[in-house]
Structures are given as structure tokens and as C-alpha cells.
Design a protein around this ligand. Structure first.
Ligand SMILES: CC(C)(COP(=O)(O)OP(=O)(O)OC[C@H]1O[C@@H](n2cnc3c(N)ncnc32)[C@H](O)[C@@H]1OP(=O)(O)O)[C@@H](O)C(=O)NCCC(=O)NCCS
Length: 83
């Protein structure tokens, strides 16, 4: 289960203001409304607490730890966006 991948990167001065969750929710809603995509995914490195919290707040579930983007401890999340 994986459709388009969602990636959040904000300038440091804008961290901690809720923008990542708000922006990603808007993107997911737009994908749901305008496409037939049923699932989306997100990948983050294991120590990235902020990114992992964002993933969980967005309703993504951890699927596996994978090798990706040159690292062997990337956490792969997925979500059915139709639920
Ligand atoms: C990860 C990132 C996108 C989070 O963006 P953000 O706008 O600061 O996140 P939000 O403000 O929406 O935070 C959502 C929740 O996560 C928590 N959180 C965010 N960063 C955190 C951190 N470093 N440690 C602990 N909790 C954190 C917030 O407290 C918030 O929880 P709350 O709603 O209970 O208060 C941002 O820190 C970033 O751009 N980092 C650098 C790039 C990066 O690592 N991107 C991810 C690549 S996979």
C-alpha cells in the first residue's frame, strides 16, 4: 500500500507552529478530492521525532523500517486516505 509520498520541510524559524500538520492535511484533502488515489506514504529517518509525530498526527501508520535515501533506518509510513 503506497501512493504518492508526502514530504514536509520547513525553514527553522517556522518550526513548532503547526504548519507541517496543517499543510499536509490540506494536501491530503486535495488529493482525496481531485484524484482516485487511495493511499499515501511518508518516509522519515528514525531519530526524527518531529517528523514522526507529524506522521502520526496525520493518521499514518508505521509499516516498516527500510533502506531509502541513503540511510538504512528510514521509517516507512502509509495511510489509506479514503478512511
Ligand atoms: C519535521 C517538521 C516538518 C515539523 O514541522 P512543524 O511545523 O514544526 O510541525 P508542527 O508544528 O505541525 O508539529 C506537529 C506536532 O509535532 C510536534 N513536534 C514537531 N517537531 C517536534 C520535535 N522536534 N520534537 C518533538 N515534538 C515535535 C509538535 O509539538 C506538534 O505537537 P502538538 O500538536 O501536540 O503540539 C519540521 O521540523 C522540519 O521541517 N524539519 C526539518 C526537515 C525535516 O526533517 N523534514 C522531515 C523529512 S522526512
Amino acid at each position: 500500500m503506497c501512493g504518492p509520498e508526502i514530504l514536509n520541510v520547513l525553514c527553522a524559524e517556522h518550526h513548532g507552529k503547526g504548519y507541517a500538520v496543517e499543510a499536509a492535511r490540506t494536501v491530503i484533502e486535495r488529493v482525496r478530492e481531485t484524484t482516485d488515489v487511495t493511499s499515501m506514504c511518508l518516509t522519515t529517518d528514525a531519530p526524527n521525532t518531529g517528523s514522526r509525530i507529524v506522521a502520526e498526527k496525520l493518521g499514518f501508520a508505521e509499516v516498516a523500517v527500510v533502506t531509502a535515501y541513503g540511510a538504512d533506518d528510514m521509517v516507512f509510513y502509509a495511510r489509506d486516505i479514503r478512511r
